[in-house]
Design a protein around this ligand. Structure first.
Ligand code: HEC
Ligand code: HEC
Ligand code: HEC
Ligand code: HEC
Length: 240
């Protein structure tokens, strides 16, 4: 019996403890509810105030996003770096094509057999007949096919120091891109915009770009296909 009474008193104690805890929880809950209420109230007031202030600011200064962009880009200084120091030593010429103005390298100083008129003092027919020596044995034309292209398509046979257009207008050797662009207008458009070809030295202004003949040999303009390195090593091993 002694054991049972102790058990009952323990049980009563437990129930009491549980009730106490429940009461505590209840007060905590109400406290929390009040806290949340006041916080939301003050936060919404703060938000309202902030948005009122910022709305006012926007309305006063800029009516539209475009106005804002316009106003804030006034302070834009552009890039402060320049390619000038790298380009200073180069022999460049400035060209303007449509809305694009940029520089390309001088070519005449690079052409071995320039000036052509040192030998081409006479008309082609005459020097051809005089001595049967082949003047340009190292040049063979691999550009389009011979029905549409021969030396006189691009070279001005009446003034060998210049190139010419298909309609017979003279073109300086430095501006040979004008000859290429007659037939390759797509690449020419891309080149003007800077998408075909390559910039010289750096992207920083002023712009200097390679010209067509820096990369393409006008007499044989396409590039040899290149095999991946793996293919070459494989082939080499197979041959052994
Ligand atoms: C060292 C002398 C010499 C120089 C410099 C020279 N040529 Fe010639 N060229 C010749 C001779 C000789 C012929 C004629 C023989 C022949 O048909 O190859 C000729 C022929 C040509 C022909 C006609 C080829 C054909 O098959 O119909 C062209 C085009 C030509 N030259 C362009 C040029 C141009 C462009 C230059 C300058 C960039 C130049 N030459 C510089 C000597 C020269
Ligand atoms: C598609 C146009 C085109 C055709 C066709 C053409 N040329 Fe040229 N040729 C050029 C251009 C452009 C240059 C200048 C290249 C450069 O800027 O280096 C040139 C350069 C030359 C040069 C000077 C090369 C040097 O390094 O000394 C000679 C010589 C020449 N051509 C001869 C010929 C002969 C001969 C033919 C015919 C077999 C011929 N060309 C056909 C466009 C052409
Ligand atoms: C009279 C027209 C004409 C002129 C001028 C001309 N080309 Fe071409 N070009 C052609 C034709 C046609 C082809 C052959 C296209 C093909 O095979 O799909 C060709 C082929 C090429 C190719 C090779 C394309 C490929 O798919 O491999 C290159 C690169 C090229 N030309 C560059 C030039 C350059 C640089 C110049 C100026 C020096 C020039 N061309 C001037 C007509 C021309
Ligand atoms: C910095 C070097 C570079 C310059 C400058 C350049 N090209 Fe090219 N071009 C290339 C390369 C690389 C290819 C790709 C060749 C390939 O895929 O086999 C190419 C391809 C081409 C082709 C073949 C068709 C294509 O689009 O793949 C044509 C035509 C051509 N170029 C014409 C021109 C003309 C015209 C100019 C000048 C207005 C020019 N290129 C300037 C490097 C150059």
């Amino acid at each position: 019996m002694g054991i049972q009474t102790t058990n009952i008193s323990v049980l009563f104690d437990r129930i009491k403890e549980l009730r106490r805890r429940k009461a505590i929880m209840k007060t905590r809950k109400t406290l929390h509810k009040d806290y949340v209420k006041t916080m939301t109230k003050s936060l919404s007031i703060a938000f309202a105030l902030i948005s009122m202030i910022s709305c006012k600011h926007h309305n006063e200064e800029y009516h539209k996003v475009t106005d804002k962009i316009k106003a804030e880009s006034k302070h834009y200084k552009g890039t402060s770096i320049s390619s000038d120091q790298y380009l200073a030593e180069m022999n460049l010429i400035e060209i303007t094509e449509g809305t694009h103005t940029f520089m390309i390298p001088d070519r005449k100083s690079q052409i071995t057999s320039y000036a052509c008129t040192e030998c081409h003092t006479d008309e082609l027919e005459k020097i051809k007949g005089k001595d049967a020596k082949k003047g340009h044995w190292n040049i063979s034309l691999k550009h389009a096919n011979s029905d549409i292209m021969n030396c006189a398509t691009c070279h001005d046979t009446k003034n060998m120091d210049a190139l010419k257009t298909l309609t017979g207008n003279s073109v300086d050797f430095n501006l040979s891109y004008k000859v290429c662009s007659q037939c390759h207008s797509k690449q020419f458009e891309d080149w003007k915009g800077g998408a075909h070809g390559k910039k010289i030295e750096s992207w920083a202004p002023p712009r200097a770009s390679m010209t067509c003949t820096n990369c393409h040999n006008p007499h044989s303009p396409s590039f040899e296909p290149r095999w991946p390195a793996k293919y070459n090593t494989q082939k080499k091993q197979e041959r052994k």
